[in-house]
Design a protein around this ligand. Structure first.
Ligand code: HEM
Length: 415
């Protein structure tokens, strides 16, 4: 077992298991306290590879500027556009034959990693990608396997799994080793590309992030981006397929819009918010309290682990009337500037909030918006196994069975 894999694994899980008191927050307001050690806890999903503390804060501030400022979206539109076009042109053959999209999960995984890498190196990606496409295919399958092994490992003591060499442990180590070296090779290679000035990597280097730190940050971004965006996109397609009238409304609203306008479209934004409210890809957030406090009137103490269920908060009638329904319009604002059908918008926080919130939020939303726009301009989406699908927890929330999505070509299509 390599030290790198061990470190990654232990950082990934251990912070949560080491805490003895846990508080579970879900539902409308009142958090219920669960103090037993045996209570199930889903660990913090995105434990960064960079050390916590001042070092992390320093780099996080730089990354905020590069990835979350309003201007940074300009570096994201083109890569998202290209990856969406590749995906749609690949899917056109299935649209013609009426066939179900094969291996949707893996195709979206690849799409998600491609967008990230293309955003990192900008316009050089088009030439560069041919030399790494095969490796990316293997990498995307390997990352899926890492998360599958992680699910088994999250149910047992990590030390026991390691000492007894459980198959899931050995599988995790092999796949994590492979993924970490493949990604490190890739980053090393990409960092050498000259003239990649319209990419995020160049911005990071220009802001003093280099060498091993750069590698660790990009590894972190790739690990965090792949599955989250891919599964969020699957859930969004699933909901649109199950709500054909909403699908048509969004298709009509987007007709003829430029990409920048697509990103501002309120109905599409509402559909993405609704999909993440109903199916938050990261269904739990965890935090260790830095000081004593009151949570919804209940005392909570320094050092306790708070687990917030985004799933139950997002489906609570108190905050979202008709909470189980997919209603993008609820996020439209009325003349007073209030949301039509939302009591407390902060009751759904799919990207968390505050200093540790998702650094990839802007990229994820841009990529999903542009891809849905192109998808709906070309196809109607259908799901053939709707009734069999529930939500399964794989550290992130995934469909319980592979989605059987079918695309029907629209008679007039445009890009
Ligand atoms: C729809 C897609 C996504 C969802 C739902 C999502 C969700 C989240 C959530 C909830 C967190 C906070 C976890 C916590 O507070 O414990 C997080 C953190 C993070 N996300 Fe995302 N994410 C998505 C896409 C991405 C993408 C595309 C990237 C990379 C470009 C990314 C990179 C990260 C990183 C690096 C962190 C850790 C941030 C830190 O602690 O400083 N995410 N994400």
């Amino acid at each position: 077992m390599s030290q790198r894999s061990e470190r990654l694994f232990l950082r990934y899980y251990y912070s949560s298991f080491a805490v003895s008191t846990r508080i579970l927050i879900g539902g409308s307001t009142a958090p219920s306290t669960c103090l037993e050690d045996s209570a199930p806890v889903v660990p913090r999903l995105r434990q960064p590879v960079i050390k916590d503390g001042q070092e992390w804060l320093h780099y996080r501030r730089i990354l905020n500027k590069i990835m979350l400022s309003p201007n940074s979206v300009n570096l994201m539109i083109k890569p998202c556009h290209n990856a969406a076009e590749d995906l749609i042109s690949n899917w056109k053959s299935f649209g013609n034959s009426g066939q179900v999209i094969p291996d949707l999960e893996n195709q979206l995984y690849l799409w998600s990693i491609e967008v990230l890498l293309a955003t990192l190196i900008g316009s050089l990606w088009n030439d560069y990608k041919h030399s790494v496409l095969d490796e990316l295919q293997v990498l995307s399958r390997t990352l899926t396997r890492i998360f599958e092994h992680s699910v088994h490992l999250s149910r047992v003591s990590p030390r026991l799994a390691m000492l007894a060499r459980f198959p899931s442990w050995c599988g995790f180590v092999t796949t994590a080793d492979y993924a970490l070296s493949a990604v490190s090779r890739l980053v090393e290679d990409m960092a050498k590309l000259e003239n990649a000035e319209d990419g995020l990597l160049h911005q990071m280097m220009a802001n003093g992030i280099r060498g091993a730190v750069l590698q660790r940050i990009v590894v972190d971004l790739i690990l965090a981006a792949g599955d989250t965006t891919a599964y969020s996109m699957q859930w969004l397609m699933f909901l649109l397929a199950n709500n054909p009238e909403v699908q048509e409304k969004i298709h009509n609203a987007l007709g003829g819009l430029e990409e920048k306008e697509v990103l501002r479209d309120s109905l599409l934004k509402g559909a993405i918010k609704e999909s993440l409210r109903l199916y938050p890809t990261a269904p739990f957030l965890t935090r260790v309290l830095p000081q004593d406090t009151l949570l919804g009137g209940y005392p909570a103490y320094k050092g306790e682990l708070v687990v917030i269920s985004l799933y139950s908060c997002g489906r609570d009638e108190v905050n979202f009337p008709r909470a189980q329904e997919f209603l993008p319009e609820r996020w439209l604002r009325n003349e007073k500037g209030e949301f039509e059908g939302v009591i407390n918008p902060n009751a759904t926080l799919p990207f968390a909030m505050g200093v540790r919130s998702c650094i990839g939020k802007q990229l994820a939303v841009t990529q999903m918006s542009i891809t849905i726009d192109k998808l709906l301009k070309n196809f109607k989406i259908q799901c053939l196994n709707t009734n069999e699908i529930t939500m399964k927890l794989r550290l992130i929330s995934a469909p319980s069975k592979p989605l059987q999505m079918r695309l029907i070509r629209r008679s007039t299509t445009c890009y």
